[in-house]
Ligand binder design. Sequence first.
Ligand code: PEP
Length: 253
Amino acid sequence: MRRPVIAGNWKMHKFIADSVATALALKPLVANANHCEVVIAPVFTAIKSVADRLEGSNIRVAGQDCAPEQKHGAHTGEVAADMLRDAGASYVIVGHSERRQFYAETDSMVNRKVQAAIAAELTPIVCVGETLAQRDAGLAERVVKGQIDGGLRELTVSDLERIIIAYEPVWAIGTGRTATPEQAQQMHAFVRRIVAEKFGEEASQRLRILYGGSVKPENIAGLMAQPDIDGALVGGASLEAETFAKIVNYNAT
Ligand code: PEP
């Protein structure tokens, strides 16, 4: 049985005070969400304050990125995975399409970040997904396979146990255009198949694969009903506590 994960990516939004206020507002709204792991990813500067205020709750904190380097040193502007852990994070988003698109992040950088996260005992949420042009050209599967081959290179089966993959079609991120549950399921099943080829069937059955791309309270239940969708990575709709809580509590009657 794969335990679902509902993760909110706050991107470059919210000062520390607002981050803490949103986290505190979320806390009682998801306190009974025993069916899933609840994760929020504030900006770096707010991680420690948010994590401190959430201590003892069922909400975990994620970084939105980490350095590919594991050894501390002369890497201006970077934050090491173990520094995120030190600040109270237990997950980290790696290879988000905005980082790939706007900050030239490559699969090999993603791979180093995944390894750094695992070494720091963080759970990496590794993002993959095709652009609209790639989908229209019939390349969606080839692109996603390349990102998985590159991003998970040289990992072991026991490394895989520590990883979550998020399938996020770029054309659905922040556009209001969600993949249909069937489109998402098809790609999730494909991801699981590739992972099975690389790491074995058993390991692939244990892997959590989240869907991301304009997830909202109105579409989460349909997505979660799919057999290979194990949760969601939520951007815009995670910024407001009530809305995000409705997504987390997708199974409430
Ligand atoms: C994201 O940034 O990972 C994302 C899925 O954003 P949104 O939910 O706003 O499409």
